[in-house]
Design a protein around this ligand. Structure first.
Ligand code: URA
Length: 433
């Protein structure tokens, strides 16, 4: 087999076989296929696309390029969750304990944040003492005991994706749906869960800016998951506006605890419940309606909150901050942002608001930037809310007035106040099964 012939085939719109795709992935990871040939192939894929079968075979070959996590030491069906990334998206901290409290099993490896979106591992590390790097044995035993453990990604999962993504990034081939779908799903297949719930975000703060693209990506990923023998469902959820009211690591943990105690904001509670009910449905706990009732009950009876506290304690964390958020280390500087007119908030640019959180110190500009766990913002008024001139619409938290002032300027530019009440937008646009 020659890479040259495979590039020619794809250039003319041909379909690559499973053997050809495996040859290509293995040869590239082994360093036998050079970057210039893989770049040509990626561009041919960008122009000509891939069939559902090709995308699935590519994903399986990528998942096989490194370790596959064996979760068989955990009893019962395991369900994973993946979000394509958003601003204020702390739903894993909410759904995972809900699912565990209702008898599902969540053995989850999460990532760190980069750029305008946050990462679950950073949020968990805001809890004093919480360890995200623990042995596999401890990870399995925590899931067996309390139904859930969330740790950082470890091991050599899908190295083909790492190498391919770096090449896509410099060859203008990131934005191809079969390549995005195979990249995400190769890591999910390697992570070993039986079922996968995908949260594909759409809107100004999302990777997929339009609903059509988000649906196309969701359909491709669901087909890959099912083709690889994993029960997979996707929800398309809104990321035109940040989710919930808090952005920033300890601020988001505190808000998640509010939801788990039944006093969180409506949008975050509703999206989290819909994700959790689908995770429970995937592991066979009942119909969607039954799973919804179970999820709601786990909030009402406190079991989801207590499950989260147990997981945190087992991973070395101090659950006092979960019971009383004022015990989190507090930011030195607070800046209030006030409305400059009467009217309604008619637009909030989620990507720009994510960038504000990075300026405040809550996120990373580069992979190695430090994080200030206390930094972030609380939104007092959101899309659709009526405001009066001089109302406080947001509070920013940071460690210096200089950062606070630059972030305040950016925040004002991310918000539009108009005179007409804007239309209500859905929180969940579609479900793909
Ligand atoms: N996220 C990924 O993991 N891969 C992509 O290709 C795009 C977003």
């Amino acid at each position: 087999m020659r890479m040259y012939d495979l590039i020619t085939k794809k250039k003319h719109g041909g379909t690559l076989t499973a053997e050809e795709l495996r040859y290509m992935v293995e040869g590239y990871v082994a360093g036998e296929i050079p970057d210039y040939q893989m770049s040509a192939m990626l561009m041919a894929i960008w122009f000509n696309g891939m069939t559902a079968q090709e995308t699935t075979e590519l994903t399986i070959a990528m998942a096989d390029s490194g370790d596959r996590v064996d979760l068989s030491a955990i009893a019962g069906k395991k369900v994973d969750k993946h979000s394509t990334g958003g601003v204020g998206d702390k739903t894993t901290l909410i759904c995972a304990p809900i699912v565990a409290a209702c008898g599902g099993r969540v053995a989850k490896m999460s990532g760190r944040g980069l750029g305008h979106t946050g990462g679950t591992v950073d949020k968990l590390e805001a809890i004093p003492g919480y360890e995200t790097a623990i042995s596999r044995e401890k990870f399995f035993s925590i899931v067996n005991e309390c139904g859930v453990s969330v740790i950082g990604q470890s091991g050599n999962l899908a190295p083909a994706d790492k190498k391919l993504y770096a090449l896509r990034d410099v060859t203008a081939t990131v934005d191809a749906i079969p390549l995005i779908a195979s990249s995400i799903m190769s890591k999910k297949l390697a992570a070993g869960s039986d079922c996968i719930l995908l949260d594909v975000k759409t809107g100004s703060g999302a990777f997929m800016k339009t609903l059509d693209d988000a649906i196309a990506l969701a359909q491709t990923m669901v087909a890959i998951g099912e083709g690889a023998g994993r029960r997979t469902v996707a929800l398309i959820t809104d990321m035109d506006t940040p989710l919930g009211l808090g952005i920033g690591n300890s601020i988001e943990v505190a808000e998640s605890m509010d939801v788990l105690r039944g006093k969180g904001p409506h949008d975050l509670t509703e999206v989290s419940l819909q994700l959790a009910e689908n995770m429970l449905y995937l592991v066979g706990k009942g119909t969607i309606e039954e799973c919804r009732r179970m999820a709601e009950q786990s909030i009402a009876d406190g079991s989801a909150f207590e499950t989260f506290c147990t997981m945190v304690r087992r991973q070395g964390g101090d659950d006092a901050v979960l019971r009383d958020a004022s015990k989190f280390p507090q930011a030195a500087v607070q800046v209030q942002i006030r409305a400059n007119a009467d009217g309604y908030i008619t637009a909030m640019d989620a990507e720009k608001i994510g960038a504000v959180s990075v300026v405040l110190g809550a996120g990373r500009e580069t992979k190695d930037s430090p994080i200030d766990f206390a930094a972030g913002l609380i939104l007092h008024k959101k899309y659709g809310d009526a405001v009066k001139s001089d109302d406080v619409i947001a509070t920013l938290y940071t460690d210096s007035t200089q950062r606070g002032d630059s972030a305040a300027q950016l925040y004002r530019a991310a918000i539009t106040i108009g005179t007409e009440e804007p239309p209500v937008r859905p929180l969940v646009y579609a479900r793909v099964e």
